[in-house]
Design a protein around this ligand. Structure first.
Ligand SMILES: Nc1ncnc2c1ncn2[C@@H]1O[C@H](COP(=O)(O)OP(=O)(O)O)[C@@H](O)[C@H]1O
Ligand SMILES: N[C@@H](CCC(=O)OP(=O)(O)O)C(=O)O
Length: 373
């Protein structure tokens, strides 16, 4: 079977579109391009496919109305622009989809919503219900309330997490560039990568930043593709202008093969939607045990601890050279750990009581981020 068949036969698809494909350099909505995208999505929707659209463009669309010449640097002004632009954007989608008798629903998420179980279950339930009702959910980051700590910062990764959340069959990333190239596409001789089977195909590929209105450039798109394919979801990356071909399974853009693994949603958040609140430094033996043999982390293999965190928080696990190799949900507060380091759990239990006979981090609560130290 042609691998692209997975895209044209998908019954649930997440489509992500970037700011540069929806707005003009003057900071207004590019109505023709929004309508052209909606033409494609509506046709697929009317053919029976459930579609979730993750749309950027709130900040970019708010620039013109606020008289801002360029994307502001400070968070508060970006949030103000997003507040104004998001309304304009969804109003446009509402009337554009209405041309086909279709309704849209706005869903604004923060990284926290993906991490906290109650919020996550809520978001999942709402999206599922919207899809059952035949609505096209339009998802964006909730920019107006997302502070730096709980920000995704880019919609590429948000789209990948949403694909996992709704158990999508495919993710289509639409940008202003028609594919992933082996270097910046403006460079003469840059070559399109038609397919990416895994990280080995990305060795030597230069991933640059995007234009004036986009945020992550190619880096976050490739990260998103890695998150989605790692959860078993195939990805196509191409230009918004090629959306119809991409959804039809034609040979456009770059196809990222799914890896066939389906990690639990919880570990996927841990890896991609959280940041470590502190760090545990591991000796080489502990790295081997945790990363290669997938064992729990015991106090004996930890050499030092950094940061303020409480039991249950995510912390980064670093190898002897300081590189982050894994992330896990720790069983102790930061202040308790120095007294445990380098000691066997048996010693700790006999001296401090049986409640100390536990791992620093249980192996079910560890996600590996990097397999080499
Ligand atoms: N290796 C590469 N292959 C393709 N595009 C690249 C590469 N490196 C950098 N880019 C740039 O990334 C840009 C897309 O990122 P971005 O502007 O953030 O898009 P969006 O707004 O669609 O999310 C393209 O315009 C392209 O110039
Ligand atoms: N939430 C922001 C989009 C952030 C973002 O990822 O932008 P882009 O790189 O254009 O997909 C907005 O709506 O402006």
């Amino acid at each position: 079977m042609d691998v692209r068949e997975q895209i044209c036969s998908a019954s649930k698809v997440v489509v992500k579109v970037g700011s540069s494909s929806l707005t003009t350099p003057q900071g207004t909505i590019d109505v023709d391009r929004v309508d052209a995208l909606v033409d494609v999505l509506a046709a697929r929707r009317r053919g029976g496919t459930q579609i979730v659209l993750v749309s950027s463009g709130a900040i970019a669309a708010g620039l013109g109305p606020l008289g801002l010449p360029a994307r502001p640097r400070d968070l508060a002004t970006q949030q103000a622009a997003a507040s104004v632009g998001q309304g304009v954007l969804v109003a446009r989608y509402t009337s554009s989809f209405a041309r086909y008798g279709l309704r849209v629903g706005q869903v604004l998420l923060t990284a926290d919503d993906m991490m906290r179980r109650t919020h996550h279950v809520n978001a999942q339930r709402t999206l599922d219900r919207l899809l059952e009702l035949g609505i096209v959910p339009i998802v964006n980051e909730n920019d107006t309330v997302a502070t730096d700590e709980i920000r995704f910062g880019d919609n590429d990764r948000l789209a990948a997490l949403v694909s996992h959340l709704i158990r999508a069959d495919a993710l289509v990333l639409l940008s202003d560039v028609d594919a992933l190239y082996d270097g910046p596409p403006s460079r003469p001789g840059a070559r399109r990568l038609a397919e990416v089977h895994g990280p080995e195909d990305l060795v030597g590929v230069q991933l640059g930043r995007g234009g004036a209105v986009g945020t992550g450039g190619m880096i976050t798109k490739v990260q998103a593709a890695r998150i989605a394919t790692g959860a078993g979801v195939p990805v196509v990356l191409t230009a918004a202008a090629h959306a119809a071909h991409a959804l039809a399974g034609d040979d456009v853009g770059t196809f990222f093969h799914p890896q066939g693994r389906h990690p639990g949603t919880r570990l996927l958040w841990l890896a991609h939607a959280t940041t470590g609140r502190g760090r545990l430094h591991l000796d080489a033996g502990a790295v081997e045990a945790v990363v290669t043999r997938r064992k729990s982390l015991l106090p004996a293999g930890v050499t030092s601890v950094e940061g303020e965190f409480a039991a249950g928080d995510p912390v980064d696990l670093c190898g002897p050279r300081g590189r982050v190799v894994a992330r896990g949900l720790v069983n102790f507060d930061a202040g308790e750990i120095p007294g445990l380091l380098g000691r066997s759990t048996r010693d700790l239990a006999s001296e401090l009581g049986p409640e100390y006979e536990r791992e620093l981090i249980h192996r079910d609560d560890i996600v590996i981020l990097e397999s080499h130290t």
